[in-house]
Design a protein around this ligand. Structure first.
Ligand SMILES: [Zn+2]
Ligand SMILES: [Zn+2]
Length: 423
């Protein structure tokens, strides 16, 4: 049996025996579905719909695709192949937080790139041009670890607790949170008012969430002689910025604060001035010599960047977007796209979750199955799953590993099976 057929059989087993783990979603029959099959991972079969939840589950157990998606949008004719004739009825607000889209220091430990032309390789995110041959096409190997997944989790909490709940008055029940099965989290907001927003209106919300294109003038912060303390009772961004400045200045010890302020674009004299009179910093801000409008704006922009949510912008603006179906398996890892309540999210640890009902590593259940694999890729970073570290590996390494680790490496395409061992 080929490895692809083997993986397909494992996924099929899951879709046949764990149907209770695939939840029905709201208005399922009005959604468009998309699937990526096992034999052709480039093309997505779109424009598929189901009359009901049962029909959808039957499809999964019959075909068990590699990747499974459904639309944020609702349509009169979800299976019409012409987008304009689908009869768009609205779209849930979708948010994707994925470490692919922002810098995390641990990528220097576990992400690799190879130049497609000359084979030169390196660690971290791929450069724009190959340092050896100037070619700009790379093959990259993006990995995961507890550190970057925990940064992604911080971002989703920031988004919910600093923006969606206080500023948009979204009910917690309207938030559908999932671990994506790979490098982050997805959030679907099922709110009637948000469903009717146009792409342009979504863009404005996205700007608010990220802090892009923010107008400090509208926030009342451009005039250095204005009373900053007055803004303290305000809502939204003004409040966030003032709180952040106060928190930074009052909470950090001086040596840490020095670094923070210099990261925020302030020079040495200004930093000294602030450190000498921490409590009155905000009151005396406009009296500081050398803190002109440009520096002040730079300072605010850095704070804003730090406070804004790191979301994948196109996902939230696109009203036809498909998103991974909760409970389905991610075909590049074999991990479940795991639905989570806000309280479950607090302690959730995707690579080592203790609560079995929300454990995304479904193949870890088969504890007795071990597989002999051979590494195909030149270099494969280590992965810590369920508290145990596997790898790093070099090409040609042969090792006997538990099923869930083998599924991960096979789905990633960096290994092949040598034999199956049942004990
Ligand atoms: Zn090159
Ligand atoms: Zn990482």
């Amino acid at each position: 049996m080929s490895d692809i057929n083997y993986l397909k059989r494992l996924f099929q087993d899951y879709y046949r025996n764990k149907t209770n783990q695939i939840p029905p979603i709201d208005s399922l029959s009005q959604r468009e579905f998309g699937f990526i099959p096992w034999d052709d991972i480039i093309i997505m079969n779109r424009h598929i719909s189901f009359v009901n939840y049962e029909a959808f589950k039957n499809y999964l157990s019959k075909f068990s695709p590699r990747h499974i998606y459904s639309s944020g949008a609702l349509y009169n004719n979800p299976d019409h192949s012409d987008m304009n004739k689908k009869g768009h009825l609205g779209c849930d607000f979708l948010i994707d937080i994925d470490v692919d889209h922002f810098y995390t220091p641990c990528k220097e430990d576990h992400d690799l790139w190879y130049c497609k032309n000359c084979g030169k390789n390196g660690i971290g995110m791929a450069p724009n041009k190959c340092p050896k041959c100037r070619n700009s096409q790379f093959k990259s190997l993006s990995w995961i670890c507890e550190k970057c997944l925990s940064l992604a989790k911080n971002e989703i909490f920031k988004l919910i607790e600093d923006f969606l709940l206080p500023d948009f008055k979204i009910n917690k029940e309207e938030l559908k949170i999932v671990f994506s099965g790979h490098r982050g989290y997805h959030l679907k907001i099922e709110n009637e008012k948000m469903r009717n927003l146009s792409g342009a209106e979504r863009r404005e919300i996205v700007d608010y969430l990220t802090g892009e294109n923010i107008s400090y003038e509208i926030l009342g912060l451009s005039d250095l002689n204005s009373n900053l303390y007055f803004l303290e009772d305000n809502y939204g961004w003004t409040k966030k910025i003032i709180n952040k400045i106060k928190k930074n200045i009052q909470d950090y010890p001086n040596d840490v604060l020095k670094n923070v302020l210099s990261d925020f674009g302030l020079n040495r004299e200004i930093i000294e001035y602030i450190l000498n009179d921490k409590n009155n910093f905000l009151k005396n801000l406009w009296k500081i010599k050398g803190l002109g409008e440009k520096t002040w704006m730079n300072f605010l922009e850095n704070i804003t960047k730090n406070l804004g949510a790191k979301i994948d912008v196109p996902v939230s603006i696109d009203i036809h977007r498909l998103i991974r179906y909760p409970g389905s398996l991610h075909g590049s890892t074999g991990f479940r796209v795991q639905e989570l309540s806000l309280s479950e999210l607090e302690t959730f640890n995707p690579l080592n979750e203790n609560t079995q009902e929300i454990d995304p590593i479904v193949f870890a259940e088969k504890k007795d199955v071990k597989i002999k694999i051979e590494i195909l890729e030149n270099k494969v970073p280590s992965i810590k799953i369920k508290g145990k570290t596997y790898g790093p590996y070099n090409k040609g390494t042969i090792e006997i590993i538990p099923l869930h680790v083998a599924v991960f490496l096979l789905c990633k395409g960096v290994a092949k099976t040598r034999s199956f061992i049942d004990d």
